[in-house]
Design a protein. Structure first.
Ligand code: FAD
Length: 477
């Protein structure tokens, strides 16, 4: 009797690439095995959890690219739509049985719901061998600890320990697996899963090649000036790779290796642009390690517990003005319009608008976090939660809560001529540079009617109110 061919399933998640993918490469080690790729789409659940339709569209585009790339290797991709995670995990087990698969390969996800899904699946897997990999980070969660063996709660010592460990770790990227047979013909007449297709900015072209090309270009041409340019939103000074990292079209190892290839002495020059960029990749790691060490963060609880007692402002009108870029503070409004139109926002601006929502309007950071998620093409729980809690001073390594950004001076410092502001707020295009951050002063002096709102709060007064609200929250805890 002919022996049945071994069958390996590779379950893709937020790792939509064939190069440097640990689970895929392992599934392909045995040249005799039949390999089938699967993807479970849960668009209803994603939307219910606030994921933006832009990100879902981007994910779909990249899944189509992945299907093509896998087909060239002779590996079919089966995409199954399910209402939720539990259903998805059950479908994977059923499908494995149907295919007589003996092993399931996947890369771990670190958010609480995803971890619980995988724990459940492992318990139910019986004779199906599970091969799970840490692939989404340079160093896996729970491996960079302080002397007590605990997760750092402050970034700088974490980074120091992280770099020491990184230099002792083999971070080489894996190449794509070898072809396993003739390329498969793919008919792409239907979407792989039903979703509301949303226009996304043409700057984010789907696919591994596009992502790697952007990485190469950035590391060759722009990273040297990263330290100088990274805070200026009118300059393309940052990599804009976050959407690719979010859905795993690019791996952090690929980023690190490319950076090192272009800058072999990278770790010896902490003031260089290259090191500064590495530092940002390490922030990404830090926030993900934190999610695992403190799962309550996945449930939107503040890291600093007493901040739960702050009395927030619940005004829907204030929140709408912020969302719609109608606060009367040009740098805030221009940034929000960039977000609403493209699904991406410059890091400096994310900090400014987050600070404005929490510290000028006294609105709960969780509302901002959710709104960001509903718009961002690069939304990830770890970085978004980390960024919001940092800005709201409710998180780890928080700047003291009484340090509050002034939105006008932030604008003057990081967009001095108003180049960015004028791009997104054409109604201010004729305002002279000197007044671009306070256009109503110019309009009043010149008896001009501006089609732009007056500042919705007086920053000085708002600052005092916030200080009082934080102090009261602390007292009442
Ligand atoms: P680069 O400057 O080129 O950095 C390279 C990569 O490092 C980024 O692509 C990203 O993966 C990572 N990175 C950079 N800065 C940070 C950071 N502060 N924290 C964590 N990772 C970082 N980033 C997201 O990827 N998704 C989010 O949902 C997200 N929400 C944020 C919310 C707030 C309130 C704040 C303040 C920051 C948030 N960030 C988020 C972090 C940061 O703003 C973006 O990663 C960055 O702007 C993406 O642009 P880039 O790819 O050009 O970054």
């Amino acid at each position: 009797m002919a022996e049945q061919q071994v069958c390996h399933l590779i379950w893709f998640r937020n790792d939509l690439r064939i190069t440097d993918n640990k689970a895929l490469s392992s599934a392909c080690v045995n040249p005799q095995a039949k390999v089938i790729a699967i993807f479970t789409a849960t668009p209803q659940q994603w939307l219910a959890h606030g994921v933006s339709s832009r990100q879902i569209t981007f994910l779909h585009q990249n899944l189509v690219e992945l299907q093509q790339a896998l087909a060239q290797l002779g590996i079919p991709l089966i995409c199954q739509t399910m209402p939720d995670f539990t259903g998805a995990a059950q479908w994977v087990l059923d499908y494995a049985k149907e295919q007589h698969a003996d092993a399931l390969f996947f890369n771990r996800q670190y958010e609480l719901n995803e971890k619980q899904r995988d724990d459940w699946l492992v318990k139910q897997s019986h004779s199906l061998h599970i091969h799970a990999f840490d692939d989404a980070l340079l160093l896996p969660p729970s491996t960079v600890n302080n002397q007590k063996g605990e997760m750092y709660q402050v970034y700088t010592p974490f980074r120091r320990a992280f770099i020491t460990q990184l230099t002792a770790t083999d971070c080489r990227s894996l190449t794509a697996p070898e072809k396993r047979g003739k390329p498969l013909a793919i008919e792409c007449t239907q979407p792989l899963f039903a979703h509301v297709a949303t226009d996304i900015s043409p700057q984010f072209k789907a696919g591994e090649q596009a992502a790697r090309h952007q990485l190469r270009q950035f590391c060759r041409e722009r990273v040297q000036n990263y330290q100088r340019d990274r805070d200026i939103p009118s300059i393309d000074g940052t990599s804009q790779l976050s959407p690719y990292l979010a859905v795993g079209v690019l791996s952090p190892r690929q980023c690190f290796n490319r950076l090192q290839a272009e800058n072999p002495q990278l770790l010896d020059y902490p003031d260089s642009g290259a090191f500064t960029w590495l530092n940002e990749l390490i922030w990404r790691e830090f926030y993900t390690h934190l999610l695992v060490a403190f799962p309550r963060l996945c449930r939107y609880q503040p890291f600093i517990q007493w901040t739960q007692h702050i009395q927030w402002n619940h005004s829907p009108d204030d929140f709408d003005a912020w969302k719609n870029g109608q606060t009367g503070y040009p740098i805030v409004d221009a940034a929000m319009r960039q977000l609403n139109e493209t699904g991406w926002m410059h890091n400096r601006l994310r900090m400014i608008v987050a600070s404005f929502l929490v510290k000028d309007l006294l609105i709960d950071w969780r509302k901002g976090e959710q709104y960001f998620m509903s718009q961002l093409i690069d939304g990830t729980l770890a970085a978004n939660n980390g960024g919001w809690q940092w800005s709201a001073s409710t998180g780890v390594d928080a700047s003291p809560w009484f340090r509050i950004f002034n939105p006008t001076t932030q604008g003057q410092k990081f967009d001095p001529q108003g180049t960015f502001i004028r791009h997104w707020l054409p109604e201010l295009k004729n305002v002279p540079d000197k007044y671009i951050h306070a256009p109503h002063e110019w309009a009043a002096a010149n008896h001009i009617q501006l089609n732009y709102p007056i500042p919705m709060v007086d920053h000085k007064q708002a600052r005092l109110n916030t200080l009082e609200a934080f102090e009261a929250g602390k007292r009442n805890s």
